[in-house]
Design a protein around this ligand. Structure first.
Ligand code: PLP
Length: 381
């Protein structure tokens, strides 16, 4: 059976979620815009589900926009701010630790709309350098600050509270968007407490179906919709809503919240077990993820074996890990986040990402370490 260590790329859908979704698809499949009883009930169902979604994320019901995934949410947030009739500085501040969903959108905004994009560098812990961020904020007026919260390659966590404080002191009107895709189920998330204006999520990262995402937008933030049509979701995202899907999103989020502590303790134990097994096997390794990274994402370098070779060897044994980040289709490119850590001797090409989850076991970790050891004994240079 396949041993899966790539939960940051996508997560399994638990059987209870599949059962819930199947039941909803049978019983809750009307068009919520229809004026007859079944349609009105579908609209009520969406209202109830959205209210549950809002409450698990510390947001208000009116702040939730259902999307097809984080890529759409991020596009809507970034282009939505740019196209909205707000005062314009034609400048956006981001970081050099972002996912392609952000960087490629920013490139579009730069090329097509003449914006200037500033990228705050990361420090050696894989988070934005606060002094530099401060300098950018002092030097320029921006339309938006957009940052990843939990880095998908390293698991490092940007200090969002400090960043919001800086923004409040220096540029109180500057909206902040967070790519919070890797935050859910890994760190607590509370939209209102954070004091940010926009946040993007993908539910398949926490056991929901692919094609389900969320954009949170504070009530006082104006964005132009990306998708025009029948005016659903307060005109912010047109297209017939899927009440069964939205109900399942609420179900998955509530389950995530209920099991948060138990699942996190389990993953902390797994990470410790991984390290102790690597030590016991006397393997030459270096953990690249910073010490205070979320335990679910462990980037490890084996300096004697290229990551791509190791991935292929493990894959033959039905053990699935990733190189840096599997979220990009441009597999041959060097990973931008790892590149910035300035590892000696191009060691970034020797880094694999192991991403753990509640369903992984210590036996699976033993299996992984055993096979890494075999690979190193055979192919290490
Ligand atoms: N942002 C981060 C940090 C991610 O890890 C991903 C995952 O692929 C995305 C954005 C894009 O999410 P999706 O592909 O589900 O739209």
């Amino acid at each position: 059976m396949t041993v899966y260590f790539d939960h940051a790329a996508t997560n399994f859908i638990d059987q209870d979620v599949i059962d819930f979704l199947a039941k909803e698809l049978v019983n809750n499949n009307y068009n919520p815009a229809a004026r007859y009883t079944s349609g009105i009930e579908a609209a009520f169902s969406i209202e109830r589900s959205v209210s549950k979604i809002a409450s698990t994320l510390g947001a208000k019901t009116e702040e939730v926009i259902i999307t097809s995934g984080a890529t759409e949410s991020i596009n809507t947030a970034l282009k939505g701010i740019v196209f909205a009739p707000n005062p314009k500085h034609k400048r956006i501040l981001s970081s050099s630790g972002e996912h392609p969903a952000t960087t490629e959108t920013l490139k579009f905004i730069e090329k097509q709309l003449g914006y200037t994009i500033d990228y705050c560098p990361l420090n050696n812990q894989g988070v934005v350098e606060l002094n530099q961020l401060e300098e950018f904020l002092i030097a320029h007026d921006y339309d938006l600050l957009t940052l990843i919260q939990v880095n998908n390659v390293l698991g490092s966590v940007n200090p969002v509270e400090k960043i919001v404080k800086l923004r409040n002191q220096l540029r109180p009107n500057l909206p902040i968007h967070l790519d919070a895709v890797q935050s859910l189920a890994k760190i607590p998330f509370d939209f209102e407490n954070l004091g940010i204006q926009l946040a993007s999520f993908s539910l398949h990262k926490i056991g929901g179906p692919k094609g389900s995402g969320i954009l949170l937008k504070s009530e006082d933030t104006r964005i132009e919709p990306l998708i025009h049509g029948g005016g659903q979701q307060n005109n912010l995202r047109s297209g017939t809503e899927n009440p069964a899907f939205v109900a399942t999103m609420a179900y998955v989020l509530e389950k995530m919240q209920r099991d948060f502590s138990r699942n996190n303790s389990h993953v902390v134990e797994l990470k410790q077990h991984l390290i102790s097994q690597l030590e016991q096997a006397r393997i030459n390794y270096q953990i690249i993820s910073p010490q205070d990274a979320v335990p679910q994402i462990v980037s490890i370098c084996f300096p004697e074996l290229r990551a791509e070779t190791l991935l292929n060897i493990l894959n033959k044994e039905q053990i699935e890990v990733s190189i840096g980040s599997a979220c990009s289709s441009k597999k041959s490119e060097r990973n931008q986040v790892l590149k910035q850590l300035n590892l000696l001797n191009n060691l970034d090409q020797y880094v694999i990402r192991i991403s753990l989850d509640k369903n992984n076991t210590k036996t699976e970790i033993n299996n992984l370490v055993k096979n890494v050891k075999i690979a190193l004994d055979k192919y290490a240079v």
